[in-house]
Design a protein around this ligand. Structure first.
Ligand SMILES: NC(=O)c1ccc[n+]([C@@H]2O[C@H](COP(=O)([O-])OP(=O)(O)OC[C@H]3O[C@@H](n4cnc5c(N)ncnc54)[C@H](OP(=O)(O)O)[C@@H]3O)[C@@H](O)[C@H]2O)c1
Length: 193
């Protein structure tokens, strides 16, 4: 339970070292090839087992339609979009804006949300809605592309929770967003584990 809403919101996303989540044309080969070289699922299944709802933007939903398998079986999937036709895909619920989405999720009894897509993650961050961020960084600089982060309207203080180093130079760090009302115990430098 988080102040003002009955569910937690977490990010689990892969980026280049310079902070891009896709090339400008949506290409993800630079990420998936290095993820495969690292081996295993990089903790994704464990993360996915802990969430009941996926929220994504149209920019993430539409490329996902080309995958062989629907990756969110058993989860409620909410897509934020002002343009997608509502009801066209029975696997997802389309929400037109953040307010309606938050109301809808609360009414459904949502407990834990996976927030995906760069624009949507930034909207959640600006609204103070993100609780935890796991970023898997692959060793490449793209120089340009679709960013993960952008203007926030204020600092977002983070508490480092863990860092894991996988094969192929893939590094994954998890942070909690520090809340004014939370008093995190001092985090000792845990180093890389
Ligand atoms: N590296 C990774 O792990 C990773 C993860 C996820 C996605 N991706 C990639 O990232 C790209 C997509 O990211 P993105 O930042 O371009 O887009 P995105 O956040 O997935 O989607 C953006 C779209 O969502 C809708 N939207 C966003 N905020 C909204 C709001 N507050 N209210 C209503 N609608 C809202 C808008 O759709 P309308 O224009 O219809 O209004 C907007 O164009 C894709 O290439 C995807 O494959 C990579």
């Amino acid at each position: 339970m988080t102040a003002g809403r009955p569910f937690t919101c977490s990010v689990f996303i892969g980026t280049s070292l310079d902070g891009f989540i896709a090339r400008a044309d949506g290409d993800l080969g630079w990420l998936t090839s290095r993820g495969e070289a690292a081996g295993g699922d990089l903790g994704y299944q464990e993360f996915a087992d802990g969430i009941d709802t996926v929220v994504m933007g149209r920019g993430t939903y539409e490329p996902g339609l080309t995958y062989d398998l629907w990756p969110h079986e058993g989860k409620h999937v909410a897509v934020l979009s002002t343009t997608l036709e509502e009801g066209a895909d029975p696997r997802v619920t389309v929400y037109r804006d953040l307010d309606r989405l938050l109301r809808g999720l609360a009414e459904r009894g949502t407990k834990s949300v996976y927030v995906d897509g760069g624009q949507v993650i930034r909207a959640f961050l600006r609204a103070g809605l993100i609780d935890e961020i796991t970023i898997t960084t692959v060793p490449v600089l793209l120089g340009t592309g679709l960013p993960l982060f952008g203007p926030l309207g204020g600092d977002v203080p983070l508490v480092h929770l863990s860092t894991r180093v996988f094969g192929a130079g893939v590094v994954q760090s998890t942070y909690a967003v520090e809340r004014p009302d939370s008093r995190p115990s001092p985090v000792l430098d845990q180093g890389l584990k």
